[in-house]
Design a protein around this ligand. Structure first.
Ligand code: SF4
Length: 570
């Protein structure tokens, strides 16, 4: 037998045999079980759904001889993070009626519901589509939610970027009718357009879709608020005389890595070529096709496009993209990222109206005795009917507020005991975390439930050091998969073992520099002390106005450790 035939990843045959993502999802929904089987779990991701279980309950259920407390995470696809007040209100109703009563704003400007029971999955997805939103391609081996600067501005540049986001979303979307048939068609009608099919229904993706997930984002050089260097395709808008002349195309960014696999690594995107506006969609599709046809389908650990770009080198990759596109491309202009605006607080839109960016800690909307974030959101939506824009830092922007209404909006937020952005410490405002425990199946240790208390412990020492107004990013994830983009942050905690973290330092809010491992396997109970040590070293040894990440990069890991040990603690 030949040993030359590559052994494809099992997921490849699941995709191929799924009849364009149908699988047996319909049949399984009709059955009474509280969870899906292994193949359908994979296919459901393309429909925006992850099957999860409450890991806090595992031990107790096991002891009682039971199974797991299964539920679904349902993620939406919201291009550029823009939704209406009515859509937000409907989503809040949905999270209360069919979810776990909270809602998560993600690091990719979209919304996740958690705790949806399998029996409620179809009504949940149906209701999302009824309000003109979708979950199709929010997860899975396809292009996912496209990020775009969420600032509302009355200028041509932002309008064009938003239009491109919407057009790209359409151009890069899967075409399978399975989504419509599974979730939006009355199952009694029996309509099954693909049964016994095999026709080409996915001209862009083909029957096996992409080797792995795919992410895109659009930014401006002066405002990299969507972290362009972490995307598979980053489009950096080049503006001359108030008009977008084209985009510098960056390729091959990606944050995830697998700790047990040395061959995996996070990577920043590489600058590939300049495209004019009318070339942009075609070139993005050509890039996707190059990855579709050449990405690794044998080993999912190294299947992201970053590995192809790095293995080939960006020149070879570009040549192949040009071949697929059918034209050669110009080189990138010299423009690069040089600013980052999180769009928090009051910002003028340029049309006489205002936007207000409200920091949502870790993107979690909930109500409890201390804070009523959902109630505040409802009140603002009802009163102002504003457009809501979600940021790449898990927060929200209320748009189109009249000058005379600014105080009213602030009052509504305060009445619900939600801290204003202006009352939020800089360190908290610039922090973010992934979900991790109890629902994420990959989580090794805590993240979202832990970061707020870590920030609590850092606020006072920072103030004592006079660093409380210093802007730097702290990001935390419960595993190395990197959902909160930790590897280019000033400081990051990445779950490595139970209650142990890898502490990274040296990235930065600009997002164009990788952090390095400062210390590994740091026990949870010493994390705060380690970070305060870095702050103290920064205070004592900083050059001029260099940022925390620049300082950590300049001195390097070993000297940083020496300085941290020697620096006076606050
Ligand atoms: Fe889960 Fe890891 Fe992503 Fe956090 S980074 S949500 S733990 S996969």
């Amino acid at each position: 037998m030949s040993t030359d035939t590559p052994k494809l990843s099992p997921l490849e045959s699941i995709k191929e045999e799924s009849n364009f993502l149908h699988g047996t999802i319909d049949e399984e929904i009709a059955q009474g079980a509280d969870h899906f089987d292994k193949s359908n779990i994979q296919l459901l991701k393309f429909h925006g759904t992850y099957q999860q279980d409450d890991r806090d309950k595992r031990a107790e259920l096991k002891k009682a001889g039971g199974g797991k407390a299964f539920s679904m995470m349902v993620r939406l696809r919201i291009p550029g993070g823009r939704i209406s007040s009515d859509q937000m209100l409907s989503m809040l109703d949905l999270c209360e009626e069919l979810g776990n009563s909270t809602m998560k704003i993600t690091t990719r400007q979209t919304i996740q519901l958690h705790g949806v029971l399998k029996s409620d999955l179809r009504p949940t997805i149906k209701r999302i589509n009824d309000i003109a939103l979708s979950t199709l391609a929010a997860c899975g081996d396809v292009n996912r939610n496209i990020m775009c600067c969420p600032a509302k501005r009355a200028d041509q540049v932002h309008g064009e970027m938003e239009r491109l986001t919407d057009e790209l979303t359409e151009a890069m979307a899967p075409r399978t009718p399975a989504y419509h048939e599974l979730w939006l068609t009355d199952s009694e009608s029996g309509e099954k357009t693909l049964e016994g099919g095999g026709q080409v229904v996915e001209p862009l993706y083909g029957a096996t879709y992409l080797p792995r997930k795919f992410k895109m984002g659009i930014a401006l050089p002066e405002d990299n608020c969507i972290d362009i260097y972490t995307q598979d395709i980053g489009l950096l808008a080049i503006v001359r005389d108030g008009k977008i002349t084209g985009y510098n195309v960056l390729v091959g960014g990606g944050m995830g890595r697998t700790p047990s696999a040395e061959k995996t690594y996070p990577a920043l995107a590489k600058r590939m070529a300049f495209v004019t506006p009318d070339q942009t969609i075609g070139v993005c599709q050509a890039i996707l096709k190059v990855q579709r046809d050449n990405g690794n389908r044998e080993d999912r650990k190294v299947a992201r496009m970053k590995y192809l770009v790095n293995d080939w080198g960006v020149e070879k990759f570009r040549t192949e993209v040009e071949r697929y596109f059918g034209e050669s491309l110009a080189d990138c202009t010299d423009d690069d990222v040089h600013g980052f605006d999180d769009h928090m607080g009051w910002q003028e839109q340029g049309d006489g109206k205002w936007s207000y960016g409200l920091n949502i800690e870790n993107g979690r909307l909930y109500d409890n005795d201390a804070h009523q974030l959902k109630a505040a959101m409802r009140a603002v939506c009802h009163q102002f009917k504003t457009e809501i824009r979600m940021t790449g830092h898990q927060s929200v922007i209320f748009t189109d507020i009249e000058e005379g209404d600014k105080e009213k909006l602030v009052d509504l937020i305060k009445q619900n005991n939600v801290p204003l952005t202006e009352e939020t410490s800089t360190v908290r405002r610039w922090s973010m975390s992934c979900v991790a425990l109890p629902t994420c199946g990959l989580a090794i240790t805590e993240s979202e439930r832990r970061l707020p208390s870590i920030i609590d412990s850092l606020e006072q020492p920072l103030a004592k050091l006079g660093l409380d107004k210093e802007r730097f990013t702290i990001r935390m994830t419960g595993c190395p998969n990197g959902c909160a983009r930790p590897y280019n942050a000033d400081l990051a905690l990445v779950g490595k073992a139970k209650e142990k973290y890898t502490l990274f330092a040296g990235g930065g809010w600009l997002g164009n520099r990788m952090a390095y491992i400062y210390k590994d396997l740091v026990p949870d109970n010493t994390v705060v002390d380690e970070i305060i040590g870095i702050f103290a070293a920064f205070k004592a040894n900083r050059n001029g106005d260099e940022s925390l990440g620049e300082f950590c990069t300049r001195v390097g890991k070993d000297d940083l450790a020496v300085m941290a040990a020697a620096a006076p603690r606050p």
